[in-house]
Design a protein around this ligand. Structure first.
Ligand code: AGV
Ligand code: CA
Length: 317
């Protein structure tokens, strides 16, 4: 069993990532933290607890609420989807969530769960790096306990996805939310696998994919996945939805689904490029995911979602 800690920020692909993570063989989830970055934190935590109720296999999992705050806030329109997700009937037919909320805020929950684990911990983060940076500031030795960090964020090709004033178009949103946090993590000794926009661009959410999931909605997990993604559409420029976080989560368990290379990189924290990750020979080494084996990736998602059974099935019959 591999110890994994998951920290996410409550958008649709973050919550679908949680669902898939709960199905992965040989994964022991130590904890889950939710940040109100690309979401609002209350529904992000609540939906996470309900997803664990419905599809979680292990006992004693809790969801920690983050009190981290942005440097640059996400657009409200994107953040609102967490409320809708949390209100889905499939997550509410059995009443209030049973999976508890953790006692401590997410950065302390991360710190304590990783430190008290029985071995090294794999970290999967699909939002800003703020909770990890805060934990490292409190306890730099935490880095030694982390086997590897899989992070959805950044881009090394200068094609960002932020369309806001006073930035130069080179920055990815999770990095932009808190550039200093990225720098803190980059300056640590943690082994980093970065899933940035150059790889996530290869897995857009297409009408065919929606139709594929719709055709499988008699499986409860596909029903939830299809409903979830129905909340997000890309009518504006620069807002195509990709399977950003799902790719990252899948890579943490199935590295064979992608190709990657070792690069040296750093991050800007100031000015119109704040949050820009970039290649530089004197930067720190990271593993950059560069290519996705598309067919294998979608097949593996299907396999996990098909075998996800509802924990309430026996209870209601
Ligand atoms: O930049 C990608 C990150 C991922 O962690 N998020 C969405 C994923 O959860 C921000 C984001 C970029 N474009 C978006 C985003 C969009 N069109 N809608 C919602 N979130
Ligand atoms: Ca996210």
């Amino acid at each position: 069993m591999r110890n994994v800690y998951f920290n996410h920020d409550g958008n649709v692909d973050d919550l679908v990532s949680l669902l898939l993570l709960l199905q992965m063989p040989n994964v022991h989830l130590l904890g889950v933290g939710a940040v109100g970055a690309d979401s609002y934190v209350e529904p992000a935590v609540s939906a996470s607890r309900k997803i664990i109720d419905l599809f979680g296999k292990q006992k004693s999992l809790a969801v920690a609420k983050s009190d981290s705050r942005p440097v640059h806030q996400f657009p409200k329109e994107w953040r609102l989807s967490a409320f809708s997700f949390d209100d889905f009937p499939i997550l509410n037919e059995h009443g209030a969530p049973r999976t508890p909320e953790a006692d401590e805020p997410a950065h302390l929950d991360l710190l304590n769960k990783v430190q008290s684990a029985d071995g090294p911990v794999t970290l999967v983060m699909t939002g800003p790096l703020t909770d990890l940076a805060r934990a490292l500031e409190l306890e730099p030795k935490l880095a030694d306990r982390i086997e590897r960090l899989y992070w959805m964020g950044g881009t090394m090709n200068n094609q960002g996805n932020v369309a806001e004033p006073e930035q130069d178009g080179t920055v990815e949103w999770n990095a932009y939310w808190d550039p200093e946090a990225v720098k803190t993590v980059w300056d640590s000794t943690i082994d980093i696998v970065m899933v940035g926009l150059e790889s996530t661009d290869q897995v857009p959410l297409t009408p065919e994919l929606r139709q594929h999931w719709a055709s499988l909605r008699h499986y409860p997990a596909f029903d939830l996945i299809g409903q979830g993604y129905s909340l997000v559409h890309s009518f504006e420029a620069n807002s195509t939805y990709y399977l950003w976080d799902v790719l990252t989560t899948m890579v943490s368990r199935y590295p064979e689904l992608v190709t990657s290379k070792l690069v040296h990189s750093d991050v800007l924290t100031q000015g119109p490029g704040a949050g820009r990750t970039y290649l530089t020979e004197d930067g720190r080494p990271i593993t950059l995911v560069t290519g996705v084996k598309g067919n294998a990736f979608f097949k593996q998602i299907d396999e996990l979602a098909m075998q996800a059974t509802s924990n309430f099935e026996t209870e209601t019959k």
